[in-house]
Design a protein around this ligand. Structure first.
Ligand SMILES: [Zn+2]
Ligand SMILES: [Zn+2]
Ligand SMILES: [Zn+2]
Length: 139
């Protein structure tokens, strides 16, 4: 699979050993345009143990490969980061959109760049969650 090869390369460029769970997890997230829930990740992996998966997700979060797109009561959604995220930190300028019809979560760019300033504070990142109807459900 092409995405597997890409994933292996990406992991190596980040000095991460291309273990099979890392390659699988990265490929699953790369192949999806939307954010993916933890339970869907579990369903997509054939063979894994929970602790390894938990650690792998954590490594990806710390390395700036993925971010949490949405946290709900029993579910966390993860999405791939862009080039602005590194192990130094995440830098996002998009919002997280949850569709109330198909219940998919996606990272969406807004028409205007979002900048929030708080006097006397320095903001590295902020989270904006929007709920509504996505473009495919509106058609
Ligand atoms: Zn990020
Ligand atoms: Zn939808
Ligand atoms: Zn996002």
């Amino acid at each position: 699979m092409k995405s597997n090869l890409n994933s292996i390369e990406q992991l190596r460029s980040l000095d991460l050993k291309a273990t099979s769970i890392r390659v699988d997890l990265l490929s699953i997230l790369s192949e999806s345009e939307k954010a993916i829930s933890y339970s869907k990740i579990q369903d997509s992996l054939h063979d894994f143990d929970r602790i390894t998966l938990y650690r792998t997700i954590n490594t990806f979060l710390v390395k700036g490969i993925i971010h949490k797109a949405l946290i709900e009561d029993n579910e966390t959604f993860y999405a791939l980061c862009g080039h602005n995220c590194t192990s130094q930190g995440h830098s996002h300028r998009h919002i997280h959109f949850k569709c109330k019809k198909c219940e998919q979560v996606s990272c969406v760019q807004t028409n205007h760049s979002i900048d929030i300033e708080v006097p006397g504070h320095s903001i590295d990142r902020f989270e904006i969650e929007a709920v509504g109807t996505c473009d495919s459900c509106l058609k």
